[in-house]
Ligand binder design. Structure first.
Ligand code: F6R
Length: 614
């Protein structure tokens, strides 16, 4: 978690750093700080709370430095406080450092440095970094110039265990900054006579579209006009620039009150982008990045889909379609469980990892484990060049555009669409399906954008329902089959941004325990999109109605809706892609309840967009 930005150029650094931090606030927002190099040495400004509090500190506008680093924090080690917020300096205030990640061996490093006479002023793991750099720097007296700074940073980093993206400035080198990453994100945006740094691309997209994407343990010495890259032996390495096609406006709110609402609406276009040019008339589905053969797919013993949170819920929809079309056993795992449960993996296993950010620590660790065990790995991410996609043997992208709101919406629907397209591609390679069925499914997928648009038209009706239930304490979501997967995601959305307790249940499971909680007035929300299971679920809904529940039904079936309190009729489509439509009223419901309660929809408490710690 946490967001970092940096700048080296000819303009005043502090306004640029604040601007970048504001865009990274989704990564953490309990405190923020920045450092610049001024004529009289390193400046240090920190404040608790949001970035706005930092920007209002007296004296911040007087900073003249044209090189600086900044940080917005999501606390891991130590409470949110001024002392614990970044940047951190060494005892002599020669070096200033911002860090995203976790230093697992900080305790032993701290003790070692204490023995060397260093004092610590915060409870953070990060504070060891500037002091360790100082320790090496002072002992590298024979090295001259920037090499001494670089070697000190390199030596310090080799001592660190865990994950880190760090930016370091040094009072002795007012024209340089050194940066490096391991398992935490960091990108460098290159412009004319200046370099921008950030944890993600959108935060600095308004300044440049040309980026260096860093790999683990690549040390970078930045100056205003240059970026020099080195490996761990400090041999120079060549680094290519990558051009980013998104526009900065894509990362802004575009007139919507909140990013989440904008992103819900964007699903019309994002799902279209996900399909892209993969379906061409009279052609097989195009996945040049994969090149699977019939022999390879037929040899698979199983597929694992591994992810966290919403991405894992998308994986449930992926399992359904892959098993249906490819007849390959497919298991869905939560990444934090998978990595510790010694899963049965060999070279006949395909492991698919889904992650919007591509930076989720547990998902990356699960991928590394699968590779060690011999599986082929395939990453599905929304972020080109993300750590997950670079670690993976194969990578495909959802192309949903930047998702800023902490609660995932358009990434989820794009993940489901892409998993369906992938399953169709694999079925075509396997040649084991009725071509007409596949073509109908393709047509249904291509019609989704129009149907999403029709579904969003129910917004006002959802808003009315939100007004009726926003003060509730418990809400239940139920469904069978694919509708159970929708229920899980609907329930997660509500919890995340409205702080209302909610549970999701396979509708048939209710009577095995949870129905004891149903009493007069409790809200039960049911999704009914699979016509083969509709009658069964309706019986379960009747059971809760009999016990006094208030019901909201989301369905694409022609039903007698008069027995339910509220209902939303969404367009009909193939059951395997129905979550893409059925989730929209549930996303909107969570959104409007959160608004009704006056909460911060885009930045819910205790959460961060990218979970880069275990
Ligand atoms: C929920 C949500 C989270 C993420 C999860 C995985 O709205 O956003 O549950 O889905 O943290 O994140 P990614 O997809 O970036 O790996």
């Amino acid at each position: 978690m946490c967001g970092i930005v940096g700048y080296i150029g000819t303009k005043k650094a502090s306004p640029i750093l604040i601007n970048g931090l504001l865009r990274l606030e989704y990564r953490g927002y309990d405190s923020a700080g920045l450092s610049t190099i001024e004529k009289n040495g390193i400046s240090l400004m920190k404040n608790i709370g949001r970035v706005k509090n930092l920007s209002e500190l007296p004296g911040i506008d007087d900073l003249e430095g044209t090189i600086g680093i900044a940080h917005t924090r999501w606390a891991t080690h130590g409470i949110p406080s001024k002392e614990n917020s970044h940047p951190h300096t060494d005892n002599s205030k020669n070096f200033s450092v911002v860090h995203n990640g976790i230093i697992e061996n900080y305790y032993s490093l701290r003790n070692k440095l204490k023995d060397e006479g260093y004092t610590f002023y915060s409870e953070t793991d990060t504070e060891v970094i500037p002091n360790l750099i100082h320790y090496y720097y002072k002992n590298l007296k024979d090295e001259i110039g920037i090499n001494r700074f670089l070697k000190a940073v390199r030596n310090a980093c080799l001592d660190l265990k865990g994950s880190f993206a760090i930016e370091v400035i040094c009072k002795d080198f007012p024209d340089n900054m050194i940066v490096v990453r391991k398992d935490s994100p960091l990108v460098i945006g290159k412009a004319d006579g200046e370099n921008y740094l950030s944890s993600d691309i959108p935060a600095i997209l308004s300044f440049t579209r040309t980026f260096y994407l860093l790999n683990d343990f690549e040390f970078v010495v930045l100056s205003r006009n240059d970026a020099k890259f080195y490996d761990t032996d400090l041999n120079p390495i060549n680094k290519e620039l990558t051009s980013i096609e998104w526009d900065a406006i894509g990362a802004e709110k575009n007139g919507y009150e909140d990013y989440m609402l904008k992103e819900i609406h964007e699903q019309v276009t994002s799902t279209r982008e996900t399909v892209g040019a993969r379906f061409q008339e009279n052609q097989k589905t195009c996945f040049n990045e994969l090149n699977f053969t019939k022999e390879y797919l037929s040899s698979l013993n199983r597929i694992y889909i591994v992810a966290c949170g919403t991405a894992m819920h998308a994986g449930l929809a992926g399992k359904a379609i892959i098993e249906k079309l490819c007849r390959i056993q497919t298991e869905v795992d939560i990444a934090s469980e998978f990595r510790y449960r010694d899963p049965l993996i060999d070279d006949k296993t395909l492991c698919i990892f889904i992650s919007q950010s591509g930076e989720t620590a547990d998902t990356i660790a699960a991928l590394k484990l699968s590779k060690q065990k011999g599986a082929k790995t395939l990453a599905i991410s929304n972020v080109i060049g993300s750590s997950l996609s670079r670690e993976s043997d194969l990578a495909i992208y959802t192309h949903a555009g930047p998702e800023i709101a902490v609660a995932s919406t358009k990434a989820y629907t794009s993940q489901i669409v892409l998993l369906n397209v992938l399953a169709i591609y694999m079925a075509e390679v396997l040649e084991n399906n009725d071509i007409n069925y596949l073509n109908t499914l393709k047509k249904d997928i291509l019609e989704l954008p129009e149907k999403i648009s029709q579904t969003i038209e129910h917004s006002e009706c959802v808003k009315d329902f939100a007004k009726k239930i926003y003060q509730e304490k418990d809400v239940f979501y139920i469904g069978r089959g694919i509708d159970n997967a929708i229920a899980k995601e609907g329930s997660l959305k509500l919890k995340e941004i409205s702080y209302i307790h909610s549970e999701s249940y396979a509708a048939g499971e209710l009577k095995h325990g949870a129905i004891a909680l149903i009493e007069k007035g409790v809200t039960v929300i049911a999704s009914l999109t699979d016509k083969d299971l509709t009658k069964k679920t309706i019986s379960n809904i009747q059971e809760v109605i009999t016990r006094g529940a208030k019901t909201l039904i989301v369905t694409n079936q022609d039903l007698d809706l008069s027995t339910f309190d509220f209902s939303i009729k969404i367009p009909e489509t193939n059951a395997f892609i129905s979550p893409v439509l059925a989730i929209i009223p549930l996303q909107l419901l969570a959104y409007y309840i959160s608004k009704e309660k006056g909460l911060d929809v885009d930045k819910p408490r205790n959460l961060a967009k990218s979970v880069t710690v275990e």
